[in-house]
Design a protein around this ligand. Sequence first.
Ligand code: XMP
Length: 513
Amino acid sequence: MDFGAQYAQLIARRVREARVYSEIVPHTMPVEEILAKRPKAIILSGGPSSVYAEGAPQLGREIFDAGIPVFGICYGFQAMALALGGTVANTGLREYGRTPLTVTKQGSTLFEGTPDEQSVWMSHGDACSAAPEGFTVTATTERAPVAAFENNEARLYGVQYHPEVLHSTHGQQLLEHFLYRGAGLGPSWTTHNVVEESVEAIRAQVGSKRVVCGLSGGVDSAVAAALVQKAVGDQLTCVFVDHGLLRKGEAEQVEKDFVAATGVQLKVVDAQERFLDALAGATDPEEKRKIIGREFIRVFERAAAEVVAEAGAHGEQVEFLVQGTLYPDVVESGGGTGTANIKSHHNVGGLPEDLQFQLVEPLRRLFKDEVRKVGEELGLPSEIVWRQPFPGPGLGIRIIGEVTGERLDLLREADAIAREELTTAGLDREIWQCPVVLLADVRSVGVQGDGRTYGHPVVLRPVSSEDAMTADWSRLPYDVLAKISTRITNEVPDVNRVVLDVTSKPPGTIEWE
Ligand code: XMP
C-alpha cells in the first residue's frame, strides 16, 4: 500500500527479488477492494508526511483485523501504531540517513539471525514512543525508542526505518523474514513461472484471433512479441519499420537474430528513403521529432492495415495489438486495469479510430530487469536483451542539424566504435546509456597526417541513472575514453574531434535534442 513514498516501487521490487509477486495499490483504495485482491500479505510503505499533518493519509483498523500479515514501514509503521492504539509523538528529534540500530529482542521473527547492532536508513520526524498493546519492541535507535515492533500472534510487524534501501545492511533479510516466516510465503515468483503464467494469460485473452505487434528494435517490444509468439505462434505478425535511424547492426538483429530466435512472422517495411525525404531541411529538434513520429505512425498504420487485409482474405480477424507497457508505466498512470482501444501509444503513436485493436500487454506486471530476465528465459540474443535505452526518434535526434544519409553513416560508425569499446571494457551494465552525438553544423580545425582538417566534433554522453528521470555523467576510465577518441578520429572520415559531455540531468537532458 503506497502512502506516497518515493520508495514504493523499490519495495515492490525487493519483494519480487525475494521471489514473491507484489503489486502496488494506492492508500486511497478502499480496504474492501484491497481485500478483494486476496493478498497473502500487506506492506504499508513510507510516505512524505507526518501522521499529524493536515490531510495526512489515514489508516483504520480494518486492514489489521482481516487476519492478513501486515508489515509497516516508516510512515506505514507509524500509521499502524496509531491505528492500533500506540503512541506517535512529534519528538522534534529527527533522524535522517544512516543510523545505528540496536536489536533488543533476538529471536524475534523479523530480526532472528541478524546482528544485534546494524546500520539502517532512517528518514523521519515523528517517532513511535509506545507500541500498541500486545506488541513487543524489537529494536531501538538513539532517537526512536520504538524503532521496530512485532505481534507474532496477530502476525503484525513494523519498522521505523527503510529496509528496502541498500544502506539498511540487513534490510532484504528482514523483508524476507516477514514474507517467509511472518506470512508463510514461498519463493515462487520465478522467471520460469512468469513465462508460463504469461503464456496462459495471452492464450486465454487472444483465443484464435490474430495479433499484430510493432517491433522497435528495443528490448520491451522484442520480449513482448516473443512471449506472444510463444503463446499463439503464427497468429502473430510483427511489423518492423526500418526508418534508417537505428544504430549499426540493429535492423539486422531484428530481421535475422530475433526471427531466428523466435520464429516470428515478420513484415519489414523499408522506409529509409521516406524518412530522409520527410526530414530534409528540418533542423529544429521538436520539428524533427514530430516528423519522425508522424511518419512512423503513417507507415506502421499502413503495414498494420495490410496485415488486417491479408488476414481478412483468409477469413480471419486481427483484433489485438501487442504493447510493451511496463509496470512502472501502469503505476504512474494510476494503476488502471482497463484495456481500452488505443488512442495514443508510446512507441507506435496514435492509431486512427477505424483501426481498432484491443491491447495485449504481457509486460504490464514486470519491471525492466524482470523483462530482461524473461527475454533471456525465452532465448533472445543478449544484444537485444541487454540493449541500452534508445529513443524512438533514434539517431535523428543525435545529429544536431539536418539529418542526411551521409551524416547518419558517420554517426552510425562513431556510435558503433564507442559501443564496441565500452563492451570490451566491460562497462555496458555499469552505465545507463551512452548517446553519441554528431555536431553536424559545427566544424573545427585539426591536423591529421601532414594536413589541415576541417571536420565535425562528436560528443560522448555516457550517463549513469536508475530510471532516466535524473542522471549523472559517468566517470569512464581515461584509457577507455582515449581508445574511443583515437579510433573515432582515425576511422570515421570527417570527424576530427571527440568531446565529453560532463553535465548531469538536470540541468541537461540525456539526449541533446
Ligand atoms: P532525456 O533526453 O529526456 O531522455 O533525458 C530520457 C530517456 O528517454 C529516452 N528518450 C526517448 N525514448 N522516445 C523514447 O522511446 C523518445 O522520443 C525519447 N526521447 C528520449 C532517452 O534515450 C533516455 O533514455
